[in-house]
Design a protein around this ligand. Sequence first.
Ligand code: TXA
Ligand code: MG
Length: 348
Amino acid sequence: MTRVLHVTPNAPEPDRIEIAARAIREGRLVAFPTETVYGLGANALDPAAVARIFEAKGRPPTDPLIAHIASPDQLRGLALDIPQLAIDLGERLWPGPLTLVLKRNPRLPANLSAGRDTVAVRQPAHPVAAALIRSAGTPIAAPSANLFSRPSPTTAEHVLRDLDGRIDLILDGGPTPVGVESTVLDLTVSPPAVLRPGGVPAEILREMIPTLDVSPRVAGPAESASSPGTFLKHYSPQSPLLLFTGPRDSMLAEMRRTAQQLLAENKRVAMLLATPEISLFADLPVITFDLGDDLDSVARRLFTGLRQLDSSGADLILAHDFPREGLGLAIWDRLFRAAEGRVVIGNW
Ligand code: TXA
Ligand code: MG
């Protein structure tokens, strides 16, 4: 059985944090909220605890984990040859949804980095995450707290649904405020490269790194990817998802045509839509999920929408892209992966 402890997100109860921190020190698994998504935490310095994360998630051992820290001082224990740029980025954007890939301190457990000579590090901003890491007194390794290839969890219910009975404890601090995972920035390559777009927009990074490489990373087998989590199936829902793109009017018209065609074939159709679009499809017997009407809310609700429509028994989920600026790039990346490359271009 997995125990669930409620905590107040902005002022977590110290006694509950201490229960979770003790579990971490004892090598057990604790899911906790960060500002992006829930993480599945274990002591990053304990190889047996780190191995338990891979086991609980069903994650391939080739996909490295992020070490979460409570203060930039902890960087020195994790990374070697830390560039000034890492310090500057940390000062400006930590705590926050930015993960830095750096040269790994060889004293770290090899499985944390999946055998690589780099390590990913992030200082999360969520008060529960910060308090937990501080109380545990050790960096906490944490991937997103979902089963492998399921959408990331943005609520404790999502975590429970995937991992009940497989982990010791969940700190329930309510829904996570950002909703998409951190931006993963590789500082061991030149120019620095965004391996995964996320909560810190590329535009912000480019202010400090004009040469930033943000070319999309879509890889085949995990082994060949520089960020192994970039392979296509990573976020895939169980119902197939079709992603529509193109000028807004033709994109929406193409979605309608596709929905009508599927309905005519007696298929159950679900749609991920922005608030103003819900009424456009009200005449069709489709299941809709309202993502809200700005990129912040789309990011916050995206994984809940994917999970909800996935369990609605739909034969197909139709979604469309959003402007690829700010958080839109991370939203597009998650939708593209959920679609496993099934993209329909409405362009007439
Ligand atoms: O927002 C987040 O980043 C959340 C919260 C819990 O912090 N964590 C998260 O972890 O999304 P995960 O494991 O689901 O995704 C981490 C990504 C993966 O794509 C992984 O391949 C990449 O970071 N990564 C980790 N270590 C790496 C390394 N040394 N080199 C390249 N990529 C790395
Ligand atoms: Mg993940």
